[in-house]
Design a protein around this ligand. Structure first.
Ligand code: ADP
Ligand code: MG
Ligand code: MG
Length: 247
């Protein structure tokens, strides 16, 4: 589903990704862990096509297409979803407006009929309910005044509505209390655990992986994958730290 080969990328002329290679097959969940500043968020931004993140080498293939050749909105229409470490606030645009326009522009790009207002609201309420988010929050401006945990939960509601093929979730667990962590973990499993979908889960903590069981755990350090293992690698990292396990 996703094949990253020898990816190099820089920000402001500074090399951040330095030869990153990773293959994710349909049906798999991969966790990426790694020290601060390793390039984890940069990887997410490069996959999403964020301006300012310049690819200087390597290839990324997504569902048989050259991902790096597509503008960001076409990547989204092709089924790529990015959950941000720091979700953006959009004053003046309600969650409902934003999500309906996002979904319908993706549907139009795939030659699918857009959802009517009523159809969309039904879907949005169901997804909010599944994430135990008050449906009133759908009317508020996107993320404005939301707590850290509410923003993360709201991102999972977005993911449920957009129903992507591939999700990159950047520290979706940070700022969540214990109950919210379980709800978000259940949401990731419900929305993304399917034979034709896959997830890249960027996290600092093993506890999210108790809910969303990864097939593979990778260490990203200094811009490349330095070690790959199974779920036990996350426990090893938590016990011993990155310096010991994957310097
Ligand atoms: P991680 O998510 O693994 O903590 P990041 O991908 O956010 O790391 O950052 C990797 C490195 O790139 C860091 O040293 C960070 O300071 C640098 N970096 C990221 N974005 C920018 C930017 N816009 N300008 C300058 N440096 C940046
Ligand atoms: Mg970080
Ligand atoms: Mg980061």
């Amino acid at each position: 589903m996703l094949q990253i080969t020898n990816l190099h990328a820089e920000v402001d002329g500074k090399p951040i990704l330095k030869g990153l290679t990773l293959t994710v097959n349909a049906g798999e969940v991969h966790a990426i862990m790694g020290p601060n500043g390793a390039g984890k968020s940069t990887l997410g931004y490069v996959l999403g096509g964020r301006p300012g993140y310049e690819v200087t080498g390597g290839t990324v293939t997504f569902a048989g297409q050259d991902l790096l050749d597509l503008p960001p909105h076409e990547r989204a229409a092709a089924g790529l979803f990015l959950g941000f470490q720091y979700p953006v606030e959009i004053p003046g645009v309600s969650n409902v407006q934003f999500l309906r326009e996002s979904l319908n522009s993706q549907r139009r790009a795939r030659d699918e009929a857009p959802l009517s207002g009523a159809e969309f609201l039904k879907l949005a309420r169901a997804q909010a309910g599944a994430l135990e988010m008050d449906a009133e929050m759908l009317k508020r401006p996107v993320n404005v005044g939301f707590s850290g945990g509410e923003k993360k939960r709201n991102e999972m509601v977005q993911m449920g509505i957009l129903n992507p093929k591939f999700a990159v979730l950047d520290e979706t667990d940070s700022g969540l209390d214990i109950d919210a962590l379980r709800i978000v973990g259940d949401g990731i499993n419900r929305i993304m655990r399917a034979p034709d979908k896959a997830v890249l889960l960027i996290t600092h903590y093993q506890r999210l992986l108790d809910y969303v069981k990864p097939d593979f755990v990778h260490v990203l350090a200094d811009g490349r994958i330095t070690r790959t293992g199974g779920p036990e690698l996350a426990h090893e990292l938590e016990a011993q730290g990155y310096a010991q396990v994957a310097a």
